[in-house]
Ligand binder design. Structure first.
Ligand SMILES: NC(=O)c1ccc[n+]([C@@H]2O[C@H](COP(=O)([O-])OP(=O)(O)OC[C@H]3O[C@@H](n4cnc5c(N)ncnc54)[C@H](O)[C@@H]3O)[C@@H](O)[C@H]2O)c1
Length: 317
């Protein structure tokens, strides 16, 4: 069994190639059972969670693979100054069930997440979109500029974070890598300026407001995965053509559930899923004035595609 640490996994997952692999993976499809959340009672601290995300390509392609991402969420770790979330991906041979690799799960997650966002934007954003606003400069947000540069001619990057220092640190990294980036001091102004807005925060309050978003903008909402989390307001969801990565997004993300509760939006209003966009393989926006939203909650299919790609590239190397 190969043990693949974060550095090796990142090297084995260059974003442009991962975006292409994800497109092929969403077209081919695979078996993705419902993910399981197990709540674990802890003494004197918030409940922990074990999340398992399985998927397999057995019966859909050869050679086939089976994999599962195991994620632990220990909110009490904040008080211990430790990360609240840890994960590992276990990859098996789809023909024999043999264990092939154990891969750093955080790297798989972050890289497949930004690549999925960029893949969707390749169908939904204007082809001339060049001003990117990143909202949330954490693990996922930090990788978004590189992913978007692979699909659109991004020449201006604004970074906003509730922690100003985090935005500054990311801007330093991006400018150090030769990108034209600066900290957005005013979120509203930055939203009004951007062609693509990508949010990856833990917010429970709307950050991107529909009234601020210019016609023709593409908004990519990554952060919210529970009914109480949201990064957009009702006005944005009502104004926009909304796409999701997988059906779970409609059932679990506050961005969509808040307007659903108010009767402003229904599941039938969702224009499409990422698999459909990939199969059509063509620009999906109706006009350069349309506002598009892509809401993701993350897919075990994308994890499997990334794990298979990392494993194969490491074997070749
Ligand atoms: N859709 C997906 O596929 C997917 C995949 C991975 C992570 N996520 C989600 O994306 C979010 C970000 O993940 P991450 O690993 O980058 O986390 P992170 O903790 O590394 O970064 C989060 C960033 O958001 C900022 N932030 C926190 N709370 C905020 C608030 N209330 N308002 C504004 N900004 C706030 C923080 O300052 C931080 O810089 C999480 O909610 C995570 O669950 C989604």
């Amino acid at each position: 069994m190969k043990i693949v640490n974060a550095t090796d996994a990142a090297e084995a997952l260059p974003l442009p190639q991962l975006i292409d692999a994800l497109q092929a993976g969403f077209v081919a499809g695979c078996h993705v059972p419902e993910r399981q959340h197990h709540s674990i009672s802890m003494t004197g601290e918030p409940n922990a969670t074990l999340l398992t995300m399985p998927a397999w390509s057995i019966g859909t392609k050869e050679p086939s693979f089976l994999g599962v991402k195991l994620v632990t969420v220990f909110p009490g770790n904040t008080a211990r100054d430790l990360p609240g979330l840890e994960s590992v991906y276990v990859l098996f041979d789809g023909a024999t069930g043999a264990v092939l690799a154990m891969i750093d799960g955080n790297t798989i997650t972050a890289r497949r997440t930004v690549s999925t966002a960029a893949l969707a934007a390749s169908f939904l954003s204007r082809e001339d979109a060049h001003r990117l606003l990143v909202v949330g400069a954490g693990h996922v947000g930090s990788l978004l500029p590189e992913a978007y540069c692979a699909v659109r001619p991004i020449d201006e990057i604004l970074v906003w974070d509730i922690r100003h220092a985090a935005a500054e640190a990311l801007v330093d990294r991006l400018t150090g890598a030769g990108m034209n980036a600066r900290v957005a001091e005013d979120l509203e102004q930055a939203v009004r300026h951007a062609d693509i807005i990508s949010t990856a925060t833990l917010s429970t309050e709307p950050l991107v407001r529909g009234d601020w978003v210019r016609p023709g903008t593409h908004v990519d909402l990554i952060g919210s995965f529970t009914p109480l989390m949201r990064e957009s307001d009702d006005a944005l969801i009502v104004r926009a053509s909304v796409y999701v990565d997988i059906p779970t997004a409609i059932r679990s993300a506050g961005d969509l559930l808040f307007p659903v509760k108010l009767g402003l939006f229904t599941a039938q209003n969702v224009r499409g899923m990422l698999a459909g966009l990939c199969r059509a393989g063509a620009r999906a926006r109706d006009s350069d004035q349309e506002i598009t939203v892509f809401k993701t909650v993350g897919s075990a299919l994308a994890d499997l595609v990334a794990a298979e790609m990392a494993y194969k590239r490491l074997l070749e190397a």
